[in-house]
Design a protein around this ligand. Structure first.
Ligand code: GLU
Ligand code: ASP
Length: 496
């Protein structure tokens, strides 16, 4: 087994391959995400799409939400047909094509590029993550440390890309270079998307080069014709719906489309939980466990709704309401998105690992970590109310407001994100064990959708009201969850 010959910081060599592949994939994802809302809201005379903030927020919300939803069929396709190894490769290629399409300076291709990114990420993200676990045998103690290392890779990619893509897309200096080369500087945005494509290409090269380190990891299973039929039928239905829509007179604006999408997302989620609660469970205890999962799901949804404002509302705030000139140098708004991964790599990742280790069994239990996570993220928005009061009076605020807010948000992430999925898995009755990953992704998906839609209110409401509403939402959820703690804890903590 590979785990007897540690070669990457004491871990199987395959981890090196997955670490760098995912690092570059996240480079491409977060680089593109860093400039997406800014690109959409920039007037077309300056190379952007010239969309209103409501439409841009809707597109941002639908795109990021779909990315998480696509992880469900992506994981399923790998499990049933092609295996994780192959799915990661195919997904990476599709992502690279998506970024290349976005790099073409033609607006027609914009939606095609986003669709490719959704499909590609759906195939890559869940499968590369599950391959990390497969590098270790059941009893291997290094698994958690392996995931922590892998998480650092994610954040190195997420740290570097807003800097690179932001500089290319928005930087004054790069625009001067383009002018010098006789290229219209308003095309700078597309160089930024191009950089994301290069990032993914580097990830793919790493993956292909390191193929031999992943032998027997994520092999394809025997395909069942029933599943294949289901897959083809779903694809067929999607194509027919798209075809009917293109022929019909109904043409929805992005905001209207966002409303329809939101209703479907909400309806499906409610129907899913009603079905889950109404199912005939053998023992009453199982129904109680489903209620606990629902509570954690709601808490995670609120958390991600607040957290995912990072690429949308908070990026608009950095662009429009923050003074970004330090020592005479103006930096792009998207750079603020590097703060979260920066804190994780150099400060909070190591600090929290140390803290949990030091506290040992005296440390907070899983639900308490959720409560602290929610509290911290609400506090972050509480801080932003102060910034919004200044901004609403028409002044630019210091970037330090956002620095403090991101610090609190990232501390919240450190509490909730690493334990969320495993808490839900511990609660899940055996019969729905395989659904927990899906429930976790659904929370991120709804959170991302909300992240975009709230940004759509940017010009419709005073900023103070937006940040106050977000703070109150976070605080109310914190209070409700802290009252439910005893009820949930019984099943998430090891029995004494
Ligand atoms: N930021 C991490 C990543 O991109 C986790 C995201 C999440 O769980 O929503 O992989
Ligand atoms: N911290 C996030 C993740 O772990 C990255 C980000 O939001 O930039 O990947």
């Amino acid at each position: 087994m590979t785990n007897t010959t540690p070669t990457f910081f004491g871990h199987p060599k395959g981890l090196q391959t997955l670490f760098f592949t995912e690092m570059w994939e996240r480079f491409s994802y977060y680089g593109m995400r860093a400039i997406l809302i800014l690109f959409m809201t920039t007037p077309s005379t300056k190379g952007g799409l010239g969309l209103g903030v409501a439409d841009a927020g809707a597109i941002y919300g639908i795109y990021t939400s779909m990315v998480y939803l696509a992880c469900l069929p992506g994981g399923w396709i790998a499990d049933r047909f092609i295996g994780q190894r192959q799915a990661t490769l195919v997904g990476g290629c599709i992502i690279m094509c998506g970024h290349i399409v976005l790099a073409l300076p033609n607006i027609t291709y914009f939606y095609t590029g986003l669709a490719l990114l959704v499909i590609g990420t759906g195939l890559l993200k869940p499968n590369i993550s599950s391959m990390v676990g497969r590098l270790y045998s059941e009893s291997d103690q290094r698994r958690d440390a392996g995931y922590s290392l892998y998480y650092m890779g994610i954040n190195i990619g997420a740290f570097a890309s807003p800097l690179v893509c932001g500089w290319l897309g928005q930087g004054v200096y790069f625009r001067e270079i383009l002018s010098g080369l006789g290229i219209n500087p308003i095309n700078a945005w597309h160089f930024s998307f191009g950089a994301a494509a290069v990032g993914m290409a580097l990830g793919l090269l790493h993956y292909i080069y390191g193929k031999s380190t992943l032998i027997k990891i994520g092999d394809p299973p025997g395909a069942s014709s029933f599943s294949l039929r289901m897959c083809l039928m779903t694809l067929g239905v999607c194509l027919i719906v798209a075809w009917i829509y293109s022929l019909s007179d109904v043409h929805l604006s992005p905001s209207q489309f966002g409303n329809v999408f939101g209703l479907i997302l909400l309806g499906t989620t409610i129907a899913f939980f009603v079905w889950l609660l109404g199912s005939s469970w053998n023992i009453a205890e199982d129904r109680r466990r489903v209620i606990k999962i629902l509570l954690l799901f709601l808490a995670a949804t609120v958390f991600w709704s607040l957290f995912e404002q990072g690429g949308s509302t908070l990026t608009l705030f950095a662009e429009r309401n923050t003074s970004r000139t330090i020592l005479g140098i103006t930096f792009p708004a998207s750079w603020m998105q590097s703060l979260n991964p920066l804190f994780i790599i150099f400060l909070l990742g190591p600090a929290f690992t140390w803290l949990w280790f030091k506290l040992g069994s005296k440390g907070p239990n899983t639900t308490t970590k959720f409560v602290i996570g929610l509290l911290l993220i609400s506090m972050g928005y509480g801080v932003m109310i102060g910034a919004a009061i200044i901004a609403d009076s028409g002044k630019l605020v210091s970037p330090l407001w956002l620095v403090v807010m991101y610090l609190l948000h990232t501390m919240g992430e450190m509490c909730l994100s690493p334990v969320g999925l495993s808490a839900m898995s511990k609660l899940a009755p055996q019969r729905i064990a395989s659904l927990t990953m899906g429930i976790w992704f659904l929370a991120s998906s709804i959170g991302s959708y909300a992240g975009g839609r709230v940004a759509g209110l940017y010009e419709a409401m005073p900023l103070t009201h937006i940040f106050m509403a977000l703070t109150i939402l976070g605080l109310v959820s914190t209070i409700i969850l802290s009252f439910s703690r005893r009820f949930i804890n019984a099943d998430t903590e090891p029995k004494q």
